[in-house]
Design a protein around this ligand. Structure first.
Ligand SMILES: [Mg+2]
Length: 393
């Protein structure tokens, strides 16, 4: 096959207001022939805006012949190490790498998951659907009218709704009132309400289905030991990020050494090297690359291909954001052939599926990858018109 390339000359951003402080931000990178690639850059954890950084990096790509998403780094003279410690830059690069991969797959007239496999000499057909788990957390964040109920009963109701919709795994993040430092030996008092929420959600999920628990890095060494034991008793299926496994790697390694549950985390990591290290150094059992931070769908595929053959069930993509990043994550997950489910933030807004063209399709806890080349979908300009805005940098 002749070498394919994509030479971007246009860049358009758009945002869709979701609820409360949440907006889904994405962009399209296009060439003069009308080929566009998309990337999502929603980053709720960043104070600075990602869009100007995307625009600055994209300027270096204008007029160049890009034949791989790695060219985003090449033409900006960036090394993976430059991105490991800079989440803002990593988010911008990941979005651009996603958009370039989307455009190149369109040029190759292949769906993205097939294009990624072809580029890596990976034989066989990827699946066209991906098993999801239902993260109920964002359905209980403040909406446009203010905070919403976060009682254990509501955690139970949301978990029940997910089970009725056909999911076999749910996740909650019940400890958001907890703040370190924790001076008490053992379990801090602030964790009691969170544990009640876990028990209510687990009651709804039932003994035969799974509940993951995300601790949003709100604990420390001693409270982390104690919490693991409590979560085991409460029937949790994994124990995610009592501390940040990248920033506090040694503390996480010690908690992991005594953890009665599998430990998951590292949602902010960039590049295959950091995820390999976390596994080799026994920091985690499960790594959670996020397509928006880890380098995009091609890098996520490489992480899956590097880790899954030696540690089956060690990669579960993190995806609490909009439908464009879920689509890109589904392509990557299908391409490497996942064992664990992919994250999906459920019940944040009822109209979520309408943001995409074609509509996002999720049935019985499974994501259906749309037909079509590249990602096979894009953020619908009509949805942007209705619920957000479009702009150029
Ligand atoms: Mg998390």
């Amino acid at each position: 096959m002749a070498e394919l390339w994509f030479s971007p000359s246009q860049l358009h951003f758009s945002t869709v207001h979701v609820r409360g402080k949440t907006n889904w931000v994405s962009f399209e990178l296009g060439d003069s022939e009308g080929t566009f690639g998309s990337g999502e850059i929603t980053a709720t954890q960043l104070a600075s805006d990602v869009a100007p950084v995307v625009a600055r990096l994209a300027n270096k790509l204008r007029g160049e012949k890009l034949s791989s998403d790695d060219d985003v780094l090449k033409f900006n003279r960036l090394q993976p190490a430059d991105l490991e410690k800079d989440v803002l830059l990593a988010t911008a690069v990941s979005g651009l790498r996603c958009a370039v991969a989307d455009a190149l797959a369109k040029r190759a007239q292949l769906p993205l998951h097939r294009y990624i496999r072809q580029q890596h000499g990976h034989a066989g057909d990827p699946a066209n659907k991906v098993r999801l788990y239902a993260n109920i957390n964002r359905s209980m964040l403040p909406n446009d009218r203010g905070p919403v109920d976060r009682s254990p009963e509501t955690f139970g109701k949301m978990a029940e709704r997910a089970m009725k919709a056909g999911f076999i795994t749910a996740k909650c993040a019940p400890f958001d009132e907890c703040r370190g430092p924790h001076n008490k030996v053992g379990l801090p008092n602030c964790a009691s309400l969170g544990l009640e929420r876990v028990r209510a959600a687990k009651d709804a999920v039932g003994p035969d289905r799974t509940l993951y628990v995300d601790c949003h890095s709100r604990f420390d060494l001693n409270s982390g030991f104690a919490l693991g034991e409590e979560l085991k008793v409460a029937g949790a299926g994994w124990y995610e990020e009592p501390v940040d496994p990248i920033d506090d790697m040694e503390v996480m390694r010690q908690i992991h050494a005594r953890s009665p549950l599998p430990n998951a985390g590292a949602e902010m990591g960039y590049g295959v090297a950091i995820f390999e290290r976390l596994m080799q150094e026994d920091v985690l059992d499960i790594v959670m690359p996020d397509v928006k931070f880890c380098g995009g769908p091609v890098e996520a595929y490489r992480i899956g291909m590097e880790l899954e053959p030696n540690h089956p069930g060690s990669v579960s993509m993190h995806c609490p954001s909009g439908p464009l990043s879920l689509l890109a994550s589904a392509h990557a997950t299908a391409a490497f052939g996942n064992v664990l489910p992919l994250e999906h933030a459920v019940y944040e807004v009822e109209w979520r599926h309408e943001v995409m063209e074609p509509f996002e399709q999720i049935k019985n806890g499974e994501f259906f990858i749309p037909d079509g080349f590249g990602l096979g979908g894009r953020v619908d300009p009509v949805a942007v018109e209705l619920r957000g805005r479009r702009w150029d940098e």
